[in-house]
Each structure stands twice: as C-alpha cells, then as structure tokens.
Design a protein around this ligand. Structure first.
Ligand code: LMR
Length: 396
C-alpha cells in the first residue's frame, strides 16, 4: 500500500525544532520557530494564565463536548478583542466567530469554507509569507500565487509593487494579509498604506483574509488591531484569524479563532452554520482548556489588565533585544549597517542572510533560523546574544 509513498521534506519551520532537539552543541540557540522566551531563555507561563487556571482548579468541572463552534464566552471575547466590544459589527451581531485549533486552525476553517463559497478563486499571499500560508491554502484546493511585498534592497515594503499586484488581481481573489508584525519580514505597511490597500480590495472586489497571529507584539493591542476597524469602516466583508499562542504564551494549547464579518446578522448565522460543518467534519469540536483560560482572562478586568501588562513586557523586551542585536553585531565586527533590525516589528527579523549562511549558522554554531534568513528575535536574551552576534559575524 505504501511502497510509492515518498518521503516528505521537513517542515521549514517546525522541522527546525526537530533538528535543534537532536543537536548536541551545548551553545545551541533556537531562533527558528516564532516563540517568545524570557531573558532566562524560559518559555513564560503568564501570571494571568496561572491565576485563571488556579481559579479553574478550585472549581473543577467535568469535560463534556464543547459546542462545535467552541465556548460561547470565548467566541464573544474574541469578537470584542478583534472588533471592539461596543463596535457596530459586534452589537449588530454580524460577526460569525468560531474557536479554532490555534491560528492555523482558524486559517484552515476559513480556507475550507472559502473553497465552498468561491471554489474557483485564486489565493494571493505576500512574497514572502509565513511558510504555512501557501501549503495550507494549496491543501484546501486553491491555486496560490503571491503579491509583491518585500524589497530586499530597500529593506522594507515594495508598496508600489504590492498595490500593482492587488490591482492586477481578478475580482473575487482571496488576499491573505498580515494584520500586524509581518511574518517573516518584520515590515508592516503604514496606516495610510492600509487605506490604499483597502481601497483596492474594495474597488477590485477582492476578499481579504487577515491573519492576526501577533496582536500586541508590534505597537500595542489596540494599535496592532486598528486595521480591523479600517476594513469595517470600508464596508467590506472579510475574514480574520486570531492566535493566542504567542500573546498568551499558550502555544501547546492550540487556541485561536476565525471571525467572519458578514453583511448582517442573518447572513452571519448562515455563515456560522457552514463554518460548523467544516469543523464538525474535520475534528468535531475544539478542546476546552486553552479557550477557557483565554475567556477567563479576557472576561475579568483585573486579569485582562495583568495580561496587557505581561504582553507589554514581552513587546518591550523584544524591542530591547533588537537594539542589542544591532549593537552586538557591530561590536562583533559586522561592517554592514544592521540598524534595519530596529525598524522591523514583531517577533522576527528578516536578516538578509542567505541560505548558505543560515545553514552554516546551524551546522557550525548551532544557531537556528529559517533558510530564508528569518530569525526570531524574541528568543534572544542577555546570555545568548553575544554568542549569536559572533556566530553571525563569522558567516557574513
Ligand atoms: C512561526 O512562524 O514560526 C510560527 O507561526 C509558528 C508556526 O507554526 O510556524
């Protein structure tokens, strides 16, 4: 039965974790996957999460099946976070939100639903994009192409190119946009540029799918989510996938969501009914714990404030590491100007290093980033930064 089955390549991001785990280099540093580690190199267990879990343990509850679309309080909390509790889309009931298995799950529910609604549409992702975007939409049955995004020479966004790609797209094309903290480049477009993108999306009748996996890691929770309000104001229907993996440091709980903004409440209930079929036929209904924790934190003013503080500390520490990286590379003898690292935002730095250099970093120094040159600055700390800088200096 399986004689013709070929060996698949390792996942370009998660595959690095396997390689890293098997590496015996005592100085190894994992800057591959997008995971935040604190200054001691530890994965944080947020205090707000611990407090919510403690309260849950004090009142243990049985584990029945969740509704197909997840915990109602969780879905409501996601809607409020993404659109604003008092926003018109939420108060009018025209957002369909379902709990998802991480942000990836939210994307996949949306992709499968879109395949039913717009089977012949093409999907456009940014060039470059999160490695899994292409694979996920391709596996959902779409033809995936790219829109211009990164300008290597300018070290920034090729915005004219991006607009030109979107303008050239056929009506109905699904455009996957990074709401904030572009993965992998770390370069976001400005608020004014978002307005231009939204105008094209509207004029060309494109379908926007916003991937919001890093809300709070750029400029702040509200600031990073501001683009949603712009899409709402434009009167568009669109998709938003949410992830709490990073913002709650709940990676392994796989807690995320998909929200679809519809024309009205009645349409939202029809869309929700279809999303539920997608979920039911894939994994039936989501797990409880992660969603319950996030709902408890977001639904309690004190815990929510604590979460905002803790997320803010992560954001500030990442920014500090960016500056340390720039300074450290200079001190280690790197001649080229690396200050662009501080103009990038979010967890990642697109370092400009090529595949050979990234492979050398791994094999000679145990410093892991993706082949595309992406490094997770959120995994740098005061103990590993000098080593990483010296390693980079030796390969550039
Ligand atoms: C990443 O880009 O490293 C993260 O989003 C983790 C993942 O699932 O790839």
């Amino acid at each position: 039965l399986f004689t013709a089955v070929e060996m698949a390549p390792r996942d370009p991001i998660l595959g690095l974790n396997e390689q890293f785990a098997a590496d015996s280099n005592p100085n190894k540093v994992n800057l591959g996957v997008g995971v935040y580690f604190d200054d001691n190199g530890k994965l944080p267990l947020l205090e707000c999460v611990q407090a919510a879990e403690k309260a849950m343990m004090e009142k243990p509850s049985a584990r029945g099946y969740l509704p197909i679309d997840g915990i109602a309080a969780y879905d409501a909390a996601v809607k409020s976070l993404v659109f604003g509790a008092e926003s018109e889309p939420v108060t009018s009931g025209r957002v369909a939100t379902v709990q998802g298995i991480g942000g990836t799950g939210g994307l996949k529910i949306g992709a499968d639903f879109l395949k039913r609604v717009s089977p012949n549409a093409k999907v456009l992702i940014s060039d470059p994009s999160w490695e899994n975007h292409r694979a996920l939409f391709t596996n959902a049955g779409f033809t995936v192409d790219t829109y211009a995004y990164y300008d290597a020479e300018k070290r920034g966004v090729n915005f004219d190119g991006m607009l030109a790609s979107l303008n050239a797209a056929a009506a109905g094309t699904i455009v996957v946009l990074h709401a904030c903290c572009h993965n992998p480049t770390g370069y976001d477009i400005t608020a004014a540029q978002w307005d231009e993108v939204i105008a094209v999306v509207k004029a060309k009748n494109l379908t926007a799918f916003l991937d919001m996996a890093y809300q709070g890691f750029g400029h702040g929770i509200a600031e990073d989510g501001a683009v949603i309000g712009k899409f709402v104001a434009a009167g568009l229907s669109f998709f938003v996938s949410t992830s709490f993996s990073k913002s709650f440091s709940l990676y392994g709980e796989r807690v995320g969501a998909l929200s679809v903004l519809c024309a009205d409440k009645e349409e939202a209930s029809r869309v929700l009914s279809q999303l539920k079929i997608v979920i039911r036929t894939n994994y039936s209904n989501p797990p409880i714990h992660g969603g319950a924790v996030v709902a408890a934190v977001l639904g309690n003013p004190e815990l929510r404030a604590l979460w905002e503080k803790e997320l803010g500390e992560m954001r500030v520490r990442i920014k500090a590491m960016r500056q340390k990286l720039v300074d450290g590379l200079k001190a280690a003898g790197v001649k080229q100007d690396m200050s662009f690292i501080t103009t990038q935002i979010g967890m990642f730095s697109y370092s400009g290093l090529n595949k050979d250099q990234m492979v050398r970093l791994r094999s000679e120094f145990g410093v892991y980033g993706t082949d595309t040159g992406r490094m997770c600055v959120a995994a740098l700390n005061s103990k590993n930064i000098d080593y990483v800088c010296q390693a980079i200096a030796k390969v550039v």
